[in-house]
Structure formats: structure tokens, C-alpha cells
Design a protein around this ligand. Structure first.
Ligand code: AMP
Length: 285
């Protein structure tokens, strides 16, 4: 397994692979890897000859009072996991390499970025789009894999790739959960044992809403209220609970087969997100 830190070296290497007809997949991450990330790697292996995984804690997608400086990092552990799962190359640039002095260019998607996480994190998706474009330009992938845990992020990236004509195919992978249902996340590390236990209210209440919808309760406000109540009762502080159309991300008053329920809530100081389709998909764990 190779590890590159330089953009120009990575570009040169990717170009040499592409000239030989070798198909490249990119899995962009911020590191502190877990089985959720590895499901993206598995998907990448299935669709490409050469799997690159980037590890970069991207400062521009964090707001001023967010957890950039304390975001967990473990490059050694990440490398071991990547080696075990057949990653061919880790791209691991530092912040100066990615954002040289006087960087003044942004990439911004302006519709799907606005609701849900975009309301409380107004500059987040601009940071995400910008870094993903930079990662694409460094690694020159044929395909790139994103997780549905960050459903809105995957939607924004798909829209950006379409709008800007990137020759990159975007694939997404279902949420990977812990044995008890909590969506895997690098941020779960912040949770105390009690918070970890209480945070199960997120996936449990989403599942409850899904079951209610499957049994015919189609009122979005009633379903959202149920989830809100369960999460509040467990001590969670809600950022948003919304039922939206899975393509437009606009609110839906009544549940349809395209309805997604999306949640962001704080347990202690940790902001967790989760989502599920209400009608046609189970939460599986
Ligand atoms: P992150 O390192 O948190 O920025 O995540 C990198 C990629 O892994 C993103 O596309 C995430 O959506 C995806 N990912 C993170 N956690 C999970 C999970 N539990 N299940 C599926 N994908 C995930």
C-alpha cells in the first residue's frame, strides 16, 4: 500500500494509471476510520481496479465553534485498517498542501446545501464541495464513493458533479450501524458511556417512525413529533428533525415512498446525524 502526501505526485501517479486503462476509485474521508468507511472501500473494490482513500480533516467544512481542532486522528490505526481492506493508496495531504496561502476560490452548490444541516452549518457544504473538487483534481478518479449516513452531503456532491460536468461517477453506500443500531461515526468516540446509551434514541425513534409510516401513519408532523419526543426524553438536544423528499430535500407534509426522515441532535457536546427512508427500507443492523 502506498501513502502519498503531495498533490502533484498523486496527480502524476493517477495519470500514469489512467494511461494504462486502470480504473481508479476514490473514497474521501476525514480519517479515524471504522467499518462504515470500510463498506465504502468494499464498494470501491467492486467497481474499480485501484482504490485510493483520502484522509484529510478539512478545516473549511468546520464552523468557527465546531470540533476541527479536537477531531479524532489516528493515522497508524487508519493505515492498518486500510491495508487489511485492500486499499492501494492513501492520499494524506496536510492543510498547507491543500490550502496554500491566499487560496481564494470556492465551489458552492446553492440549493440542496441550504436545508437540514445547511441551516445550522451555513458554510459546511461550501467547504465540502471545495475539498471534494480538490481531492478529485489530486486523485483523478473514475468513481468516488460516499456514505448515505451523510445523505445530504452525497446529494450535494451528486448535484455538483452533474452541474459542473465532472467525469466522475458517484456511488453511495447504505449506513453501517453498530450492533445496537447507532450509526457508526468517528464522532461516537466523544460520547461518554451514558451519552452513548442515550444516543440510541436516535436510531430507535427513527425505526419507530418508519414502522408507524409503514402501518399507515403518513402525517409528517406527527411522525417528527414522535421522534422529537423520544430524543428529548433521552436527553438529546435537537438541531432538526425533518421529513423531506429524498431528491429535492424539501419538506413533505405527508409521507410518500420518497420520504426521508433526517435527524441531527446533540448528546452532550456531540452532534450526531442519522436518517432513514420511511416507507421502503428497513433500518438493518
Ligand atoms: P467522514 O470521515 O466522517 O467524513 O466520512 C467519510 C465518508 O464515509 C462519507 O462519505 C461518510 O458518509 C461515510 N461514512 C461515515 N460513516 C458511515 C457509516 N456509518 N455508514 C456509511 N458510510 C459512512
Amino acid at each position: 500500500m502506498l501513502t502519498f502526501e503531495s498533490i502533484s505526485k498523486t496527480q502524476e501517479f493517477s495519470l500514469s494509471l489512467r494511461r494504462k486503462g486502470i480504473k481508479i476509485a476514490l473514497v474521501p474521508t476525514m480519517g479515524f476510520l471504522h467499518e462504515g468507511h470500510m463498506s465504502l472501500v468494499k464498494m470501491a473494490r467492486m467497481h474499480a481496479d485501484f482504490v485510493m482513500l483520502s484522509i484529510f480533516v478539512n478545516p473549511t467544512q468546520f464552523g468557527p465553534n465546531e470540533d476541527f481542532s479536537k477531531y479524532p486522528r489516528d493515522f497508524e490505526g487508519d493505515s492498518e485498517l486500510c491495508l487489511k481492506h485492500g486499499v492501494d493508496l492513501i492520499f494524506h495531504p496536510d492543510a498547507d498542501e491543500m490550502y496554500p496561502d491566499l487560496s481564494s476560490t470556492w465551489v458552492e452548490e446553492t440549493i440542496l446545501s441550504k436545508p437540514l444541516c445547511g441551516k445550522s452549518r451555513p458554510t459546511h457544504f461550501r467547504g465540502v464541495c471545495t475539498v471534494v473538487v480538490k481531492l478529485f483534481n489530486a486523485t483523478l478518479p473514475d468513481i468516488a464513493i460516499f456514505g448515505e449516513k451523510d445523505y445530504q452531503q452525497a446529494a450535494v456532491i451528486k448535484r455538483m458533479v452533474r452541474d459542473l460536468n465532472f467525469p466522475v461517477k458517484i456511488l453511495s453506500v447504505p449506513i453501517v450501524r453498530e450492533h445496537d443500531g447507532l450509526a457508526m461515526s468517528s464522532r461516537n468516540k466523544y460520547l461518554s458511556p451514558d451519552e452513548r446509551q442515550n444516543a440510541l434514541a436516535i436510531c430507535k425513534s427513527l425505526d419507530e417512525a418508519r414502522k408507524m409510516a409503514m402501518e399507515g401513519e403518513l402525517s409528517s408532523s406527527l411522525l417528527a413529533e414522535t421522534v422529537k419526543l423520544r430524543i428529548s426524553q433521552a436527553g438529546g438536544n435537537i438541531d432538526y428533525i425533518e421529513i423531506v423528499n429524498s431528491e429535492t430535500l424539501l419538506p413533505e407534509e405527508s409521507v410518500s415512498k420518497n420520504s426521508l426522515i433526517a435527524v441531527a441532535a446533540y448528546f452532550g457536546g456531540t452532534r450526531l446525524i442519522d436518517n432513514c427512508f420511511l416507507i421502503h427500507k428497513n433500518i438493518e443492523y
